[in-house]
Ligand binder design. Structure first.
Ligand code: NAI
Ligand code: MG
Length: 538
């Protein structure tokens, strides 16, 4: 409990400080002809800072061994600051997935993992948490190098969250148990909560280590074995973390990592007849494919954590300065690459103009630059595809008549940096208000009253998260009940404590991750019925 409180304080501090410490003039250098401030390109064109970590692991991890892929193929993983290759990583395909699933199946069916006591599993998870914590800096450096996110965010927030998550689920390992159920007859009825078996897990690139933890932590606490595919953009940190889990005592075959691409390695996991469950995080389009693949193979259960277009609602009673800061954080955090980004900023008409002006000023002060430089708030986007997609959405925003208040262009002249961008006068039917941009592009919409904003906020195929900013408890209660979203943050945003469930309504997904709810994805219930034949017991 103490640890949970400590970490959650750290999180709120770190997340908020990530958005508040740099109201300096570092990123902005005055106005030019368009009326828009231009961002300093100084940080982006500097020679990239060299991360202080060696790449020790770039092979597949199967049955406790680092091995090359069967085909011998590799793929490059890039540094998003420059687009240069960091490392060539073994590329898994169907044959490698077959080997990984066979190892996971054997580890599940024959033990020792599934036959050790829950307390023994708990101790391995606790040792794993200690080792992850000890190697915080190496993990954070790999994470930032491979994904471009600020090192301060990786080292002070994300790795500590990963550690907390492992301790949290270690705590659950020996507290998972069934019930005794009364029967209308001479029977003793009990339920056993058993692991599902081999879990196939497919994760994205926006939070590689955290997604690794959200998937692996609960699966292991429940006694499952795993075949996990990392995203092709960010294979490195999960390999390092998995090495540490093995040092902590995880038996061979329990956790297998197959780096590779979606249509090959990912699809091989989703269709495998010996994989009992899939947990997927990524786009809604790919989530649909994974669900179809699972349905066409062995009907394995599927949990999906997908896209979003989350509303962030600023009410008329809001303290505008605080609302601006929080809305800025809700959208721009992690380069805007968050499934739950507050990407539709709805602002009450009475404070709209002031809010827009202050949001513009805040975006212009956002510090963009080398993620390894202290004080940088925003690094590059993950890759060229995402970079181009974001610039296309910005163009579409301009063409559809939204007002470009800040940004709108690439930042610097190399890598995948995008200027923090703000649009006002955004209308509900514009693409930038409907589709997931997954980048540093804030869309500000105006609303009249609560009925108006509730209807428009819910008018989306997505339902992942929502933000509400108000001092009025009645308004807060009305909105939290009316919004169709898996998470509603009131006067805060992106609080991802290990115990707080996360997942989507509507097309944002199936199931919940984290917390006690997250265990349900990895357990199945067995009813055991025994006659009570001794009359003395009746
Ligand atoms: P994606 O959904 O295609 O990729 C996520 C994971 O799925 C990766 O590991 C990928 O290799 C795997 N995958 C891809 N095709 C697959 C298949 N046929 N079978 C099995 N696995 C497969 O997302 P992508 O292409 O990286 O990004 C596209 C968009 O998705 C982003 O612009 C963003 O809008 C959204 N996205 C949402 C995320 C979230 O957290 N919900 C995370 C990443 C992307
Ligand atoms: Mg990379």
């Amino acid at each position: 409990m103490a640890s949970s409180l400590r970490i959650s304080k750290l999180l709120s501090r770190s997340f908020l400080s990530a958005s508040t410490t740099s109201l300096s003039s570092r990123g902005s250098s005055g106005c030019i002809g368009t009326g828009l401030s231009k961002y300093s390109t100084e940080a982006a064109i500097e020679e990239p800072i060299k991360p202080s970590v060696q790449i020790e692991h770039n092979q597949l991890l199967i049955n406790g061994q680092f091995v090359d892929s069967v085909s011998g193929k590799t793929f490059p993983t890039m540094d998003p600051r420059t687009g240069e290759v960091i490392s060539h990583v073994a590329e898994g395909d169907r044959e490698d997935v077959n080997l990984a699933v066979a190892a996971a199946r054997k580890a599940f069916d024959q033990g020792p993992w599934t036959r050790m006591t829950a307390y023994e599993r708990q101790r391995i998870l606790l040792r794993a948490a200690d080792l992850l914590e000890k190697h915080n800096d190496e993990l954070a450096a790999l994470e930032s190098w491979d994904s471009g996110k600020p090192y301060e965010q990786s080292s002070k927030v994300e790795v500590p969250m990963l550690v907390h998550l492992f301790r949290y689920y270690a705590g659950w390992a020996d507290k998972i148990h069934g019930l005794t159920v009364p029967a209308d007859g001479p029977y003793h009825v009990q339920t056993l909560h058993e692991p599902i078996g081999v879990a196939g897990q497919i994760i994205p690139w926006n939070f590689p280590l955290l997604m690794f933890g959200w998937k692996v932590g609960p699966a292991l606490a429940c006694g499952n074995t795993i075949v996990l595919k990392t995203a092709e953009q960010t294979p490195l940190s999960a390999l390092y973390a998995s090495k540490l889990l093995h040092e902590a005592g995880l038996p061979p075959g329990v956790l297998n990592i197959v780096s590779g691409f979606g249509p090959t390695a990912g699809a091989a996991i989703a269709t495998h007849m010996d994989v009992d469950k899939i947990a997927f995080t990524g786009s809604t389009a790919t989530g649909r494919v994974v669900l179809e693949l699972a349905a066409r193979s062995n009907l394995k259960t599927v949990t999906l954590e997908l896209g979003g277009k989350s509303p962030f609602i600023v009410c008329e009673d809001a303290d505008v300065d605080r609302a601006v800061e929080l809305a800025h954080f809700a959208l721009f955090f992690n380069q805007g690459q968050c499934c739950c980004a507050g990407s539709r900023t709805f602002v009450h008409e009475s404070v709209y103009d002031e809010f827009v002006e202050k949001s513009r000023e805040r975006a212009l002060k956002r510090v963009v630059g080398d993620p390894f430089k202290a004080g940088v708030e925003q690094g590059p986007q993950i890759d060229s595809a995402q970079f181009k997609k974001i610039l296309k959405y910005i163009k579409s925003g301009v063409e559809s008549g939204a007002t470009l208040e800040a940004g709108g262009e690439r930042f610097g002249d190399k890598g995948f940096y995008v200027q923090p961008t703000v649009f006002s006068n955004v209308q509900d039917d514009m693409l930038i208000a409907k589709e997931e941009i997954f980048g540093p592009v804030q869309s500000i919409l105006k609303f009249k009253d609560l009925d108006d904003v509730i209807r428009r906020a819910n008018d989306s195929p997505y339902g992942l998260a929502a933000g509400v900013f108000t001092k009025n408890i009645d308004t807060a209660n009305t909105l939290t009940r009316a919004l169709r979203a898996g998470s509603v943050f009131v006067n805060c945003y992106d609080v991802f404590d290990a115990g707080v469930p996360f997942g989507g309504y509507k097309m944002s997904g199936h199931g919940r991750e984290k917390g006690e709810y997250g265990l349900k994805n990895y357990l199945q219930v067995k009813a055991v019925v025994t006659p009570l034949i001794n009359p003395a017991w009746l």
